[in-house]
Ligand binder design. Structure first.
Ligand SMILES: [Zn+2]
Length: 307
């Protein structure tokens, strides 16, 4: 009997253990985007386990909610979101059902990664949420600027240190190592893009304003007439004329769209279609935040005539 009581007490203690440091278990991180999961794993190392709801090959605006997401959110110590309403279509009902106050926007385990990042396309006037505009509060694809990646990684390190003070030194060391690798990679990417500064491109969705600004590309138009609205015949004609007039050599498209419209526009203009992932895991080679940029930079530079 005594033995059984001891076991029961041990189970109770394990269930009641307040912090991961005492429970010797990993900090559970759920992110909406795979990019944030990659950064969280890089900074958190062995002390964390991170999982993303959206996969890198899925449109991050339109993620299909699954029952398994509710369980993951229920068990999470930390939730990292892009904010700017990127997740408005699926996350709020999941959070309601997950019943985990710690990871709600007011909880200590909630991190909006947009805080502190450079956000482009911010609305000048009141937000009306005009039909189809899925970017009402500014462009939510800001993680595609490596300097924003640096800011997000720092925010993750600060948040992990707050949730798990025993790991602070580890998080700071991992962050420093990441920043050093990123700085080195930025030099490599800038060198690759140097001959193509100012190159004109058209993109399918407006996923790339931060990327384009950072690398000096000139986005002259979009296949979508508005973010979230599929190309119309009229708009495709306008884009073809624009591309011919401005001699645009590249149509950039995200891996989760259909190639039909980009291929059509390219066939009328002689441009090349570059299909690349905007997120980690969008193709197998984009296995973490830095290799994502290696893949994307490499594909665009090759299409522009570099090597
Ligand atoms: Zn978008």
């Amino acid at each position: 009997m005594k033995k059984n009581l001891g076991l029961a007490a041990a189970v109770c203690l394990a269930l009641a253990a307040p912090s991961p440091a005492h429970a010797a278990r990993k900090l559970r991180i759920v992110t909406t985007l795979s990019d944030f999961a990659s950064l969280a794993e890089t900074v958190g190392g062995d002390r964390v386990e991170a999982t993303s709801l959206a996969k890198g090959y899925q449109d991050p605006h339109f993620v299909e909610p699954k029952p398994s997401f509710i369980l993951k959110l229920h068990d999470a110590d930390l939730l990292i979101v892009a904010g700017l309403e990127l997740e408005i279509g699926y996350l709020p009902p999941l959070l309601d059902q997950a019943r985990n106050n710690a990871i709600r926007p007011t909880g200590k385990g909630y991190l909006d990664a947009s805080a502190g990042c450079e956000i482009l396309d911010k609305p000048a006037g009141p937000v009306s949420r005009a039909m189809g505009d899925v970017h009402p509060y500014g462009n939510p694809h800001y993680w595609l600027d490596p300097e924003n990646g640096r800011i997000i990684a720092r925010a993750v390190a600060a948040k992990l240190s707050a949730l798990d003070p025993d790991g602070k030194a580890v998080y700071e060391k991992n962050l420093a190592a990441f920043e050093a690798r990123l700085t080195e990679a930025e030099a490599r990417w800038s060198k690759a893009f140097a001959p193509f500064r100012g190159a004109k491109i058209v993109t399918y969705h407006s996923s790339w304003p931060n990327f384009a600004k950072y690398f000096g590309l000139d986005v002259v138009g979009f296949l979508e007439p508005k973010p979230g609205i599929p190309p119309t015949p009229q708009h495709k004609l306008e884009i073809i004329n624009l591309m011919l007039e401005k001699k645009v050599p590249v149509v950039l498209m995200e891996v989760y769209f259909d190639r039909k419209d980009p291929d059509f526009v390219a066939s009328k203009t002689g441009a090349k279609v570059v299909m690349i992932p905007p997120s980690v895991g969008g193709v197998p080679e984009a296995k973490d935040y830095i290799s994502l940029f290696d893949v994307d930079v490499g594909a665009i530079v090759r299409a522009l005539g570099g090597s």
